[in-house]
Design a protein around this ligand. Structure first.
Ligand code: C2O
Ligand code: CU
Ligand code: CU
Length: 460
């Protein structure tokens, strides 16, 4: 009967789980976001010292629509400074939320109104870019859903924000970073969550088509994921529609989703009432873990993935590779450097990483030039070389790019803002420098970002 039941909220978490964890602002295009301290029950006692946009729940999913203006006023009530970044959104540089580069950090009781019109539909996210380590590790990461102008044919949507917390047995925070971790793959959390729940179960109509929007907002972990129990298809990557048919990940061949990356799946819910689609993760040294489940309820709607049309393309300019100039970037350890000058935005107190052998001198350091200057409207190839044994999700603000080739693997044709570089990998990416400004360019393992693996590209 009624197919579009508009479970836009992503369905209800049920059973022991409750709905409270995924507050959805139904019209979030004009609102105030109050950065505040929060507490939350992960264990028997509440975890204090969390950071969110409400006192006791995760940061809400923010909804916008492609081509429609959004106005988000961020108010900081913490004693620490902050700023907010809209990851993946190709918006004006002065709305990008990078302290000292595009705006001054926000002190206690200061506000900043971010106004932008999302040019692209898809799954994006938001997080602070000042006191990034502390505030992200303590909770402040949220999903942004930018809807296509027209209905794209799903019965419901499910947003899942994957991330870890690092807690002791009483639920108190352990230090979010360690020297040992920062110099290697990062410091891992020990409580794996989906929307802050450990294995939530979300109800969706049996036989319906669900758009599953997945974000890895962890500060460190590269998630290895696959789905079991239903037919599914990858339809978007880092916000943008996928044009090629990508193989579905499996237990033996899981999907690597790095910090900052998003994947949208079209999921056909099983026909049988009570049957589940499970999101599985392989964590080192642990049995396969179910991160979240979608459960079929009611009579089957008998829908089929083949009923879906491809998602409409976003207005992304593709590079003219024949004319593209090449810039090289080497990501590796750093020769000794000065301690970073991060101003009010939090330093870990050491440097381990560098781009082109120079560690980032700090967010607030004076006279820092761009890693490269790109001419507005021109095409470029960026050659990204990882000379370290650790993986790096390399993220570029304000622009999107296409991965072109790798020395280690076939790269599917994607449009993306974050490239996960494997050990010893060299990847070339192509882009059109069509958004003017100073765009941060950094590893999204926050301990790498904050200990030197940061820089920016200038588009003029
Ligand atoms: Cu999501 Cu500069 O980051
Ligand atoms: Cu970003
Ligand atoms: Cu890194």
């Amino acid at each position: 009967m009624k197919r579009r039941e508009l479970l836009l909220s992503g369905g209800a978490a049920i059973g022991a789980v409750g709905l409270g964890g995924l507050a959805i602002a139904s019209n979030s295009s004009d609102q105030e976001l109050v950065v505040q301290s929060a507490s939350y029950m992960f264990r028997d006692q509440p975890t204090q010292g969390m950071v969110s946009l409400s006192p006791d729940a995760p940061p809400p999913v923010l909804f916008g629509r492609q081509g429609e203006a959004m106005r988000l006023t961020v108010k900081n009530t913490l004693s620490d400074y902050t700023s907010m970044h809209w990851h993946g959104m190709r918006i004006r540089n002065d709305m990008d939320g990078v302290p000292y580069l595009t705006q001054m950090p926000l002190g206690q009781n200061e506000s900043f109104t971010y106004e932008f019109t999302p040019p692209d539909a898809g799954t994006y996210w938001y997080h602070p870019h000042c006191m990034t380590m502390e505030q992200m590790a303590h909770g402040l990461t949220g999903v942004m859903v930018i809807a296509e102008p027209e209905d794209v044919g799903f019965d419901s949507e499910q947003v899942i924000n994957l991330r870890d917390f690092r807690l002791d047995e009483t639920g108190a925070f352990l230090p979010a970073y360690t020297q040992r971790g920062a110099a290697r793959a990062g410091t891992f959390g020990n409580v794996q969550t989906a929307n802050w729940y450990q294995h939530p179960i979300y109800d969706h109509s049996a036989g319906s088509l669900v758009r599953l929007r997945l974000l890895n907002s962890d500060t460190t972990r590269i998630y290895k994921l696959h789905l079991t129990g239903g037919n599914a298809q990858i339809i978007a990557w880092d916000g943008h529609p996928v044009t090629a048919e990508l193989p579905m990940p499996s237990a033996d061949d899981p999907l690597l989703v790095g910090p900052g990356q998003r994947v949208d799946f079209a999921v056909a819910m099983p026909d049988g009432e009570g049957a589940q689609v499970d999101l599985m993760a392989k964590l080192p040294g642990q049995p396969m873990r179910t991160m979240a489940s979608l459960r079929s309820v009611g009579q089957s709607a008998h829908r089929d993935l083949r009923e879906l049309k491809p998602l409409p393309k976003n207005p992304v300019a593709l590079p003219d590779l024949g004319k593209a100039q090449v810039h090289e970037f080497v990501f590796g350890w750093t020769p000794e450097g000065e301690l970073p000058d991060n101003g009010f935005c939090g330093s870990l107190g050491y440097n381990f990483w560098s781009i082109n052998r120079v560690p980032w001198p700090g967010d607030a350091a004076a006279d820092v030039g761009p890693l490269a200057t790109l001419e507005l409207g021109k095409s470029y190839v960026l050659r990204l070389r990882n000379e370290s044994p650790n993986l790096h999700p390399i993220h570029l603000h304000g622009l999107v790019f296409v991965p072109l080739r790798s020395n280690l693997r076939e790269l599917p044709p994607l449009v993306t803002d974050t490239m996960l570089l494997l050990k010893d990998e060299v990847v070339e990416i192509g882009l059109v420098a069509d958004n003017p400004g100073d765009w941060a360019f950094h590893c999204h393992v926050i301990e790498h970002q904050k200990t030197g693996l940061t820089g920016f590209l200038r588009v003029v």
